[in-house]
Write a protein that binds this ligand. Sequence first.
Ligand SMILES: *Cc1c(COP(=O)(O)O)cnc(C)c1O
Length: 363
Amino acid sequence: MRTERALNFNPGPAALPLPVLEQARDELLNFKGEGLSILEISHRSRAFESLVLETEKLMKEIMRIPPGYRALFLQGGASLQFSLIPMNFLPAGETADYIVTGSFAEKACKDAGQVGQVHLAANTKGQGHRRIPRQEELHFSPSPAYVHLTTNNTVYGTQWHYTPTTPGSPLVADMSSDILSRPLDVSAYAFIYAGAQKNMGPAGVTAVIISEEMLDRVPQSLPSMLRYDLHAKNNSLYNTPPSFGVYIMNLVLKWAAENGGLSRLEEVNRKKAALIYKVLDEYPDFYRGHAEKDSRSLMNVTFRLPSEELEGLFIQEAGKWNMTGLKGHRSVGGIRASIYNAMPEKGCRTLADFMEDFYARKG
Ligand SMILES: *Cc1c(COP(=O)(O)O)cnc(C)c1O
C-alpha cells in the first residue's frame, strides 16, 4: 500500500496534472456556485453549456486552431472514430489511404476496410514498427478520399517528426497519445482526433478537430449519432456528453496554458525524454530501445532488457522507487515509460537514475 502519490508511467488512462486533480477535488461538491456537483448538473444547464463552449475556445487558443474548424467532445473513444471516419468521409467508389505504423493505425485501417475501399500507402509492420516511413516511402493511390496517419505510436514508441505531403487529399490524424505535447500546424490537417485519457483528460471523452470542408462532406443518410455535422451544429450537446470528462479536459487545457502553452510543453517534453534516451544510448546492449533514433517518441519510451527475468525484476524494483505503470504493451513486451505532459521532469530523472543504478548492479 502506498501513502504518497506514485510516479505514474501508465500509457492511458495516464497521469493528470496534480493541480487539476486538486481543483476537481475542491470543486466536486459545488460546481461554480451551482450548489451541485459537476457530476449531478444538467447538460442543458447554462453553467454546463458555457463550460463546453469555453472548452472549445480554450482548445482553439492553445492549439492555435485557425478559423474554419470546430472542436467537438464525443464518446466512444478514439476507436469509434476508426469506423466513423470512413462512414463520414469515404464514399462508395473512392479509396482512402492508410499509413500503418503501429497497432492502432492497423486497427483504424481494418475498420475502414469494413466500410469501403482502403489502400496501404505504407506499412512498417515488416520492420517491427521501429520507425516512421520517409516521405519518399509513401505510395499513395491516385486520388485518395483522405489520408490517415497516427502521429504517435503508443505501443511501439515511435512518433512522426514531419507532416507528410499528400496528393492533395485531406489529412486525417489520430493524435491520441501526442496531442498538446508540441506546437502543431493544424491547417495541414482536415481532421484530428484523440482519446483524452493519454495527454488531455480522463477516459470517456474524445476530442475531434474538424474543418468546415469535412463537415460539409458528411452524408445526411447516416444515423444521427454517427454524424459529425450534427455534433458540431449542437456544440457537442446533441445528446448527453461525457460531462465530467469535458470538465477535466477544461482544467487540463487551462493548466497547459498556465504552463507556457505548447512550445514550452514541447521544450520540457524534449528534456524529459532525453534523460531516458541518454541511458539507452549509454548501455545499448543492456537497454535495447525499440524505436530507431530518428523516429523516437517523446511520449512513450520503449525498450527491452536482455531477458524477461530482468525485465520482471526491473519493474518490481522500480516499484520500490515509487514508480508504476512501466510494463510494456503485451504485444511488444519489455518496458514502456509513458511520459506525457503531466509527468514531471523529476519523474523522468528518477527513472533515469534508477536505470543507471539497475545497470550498475545487473549489467
Ligand atoms: C489509446 C489509443 C487509441 C485507443 O483509444 P480508445 O480511446 O481506447 O479507443 C487509439 N489510438 C491511439 C494512438 C492510442 O494511443
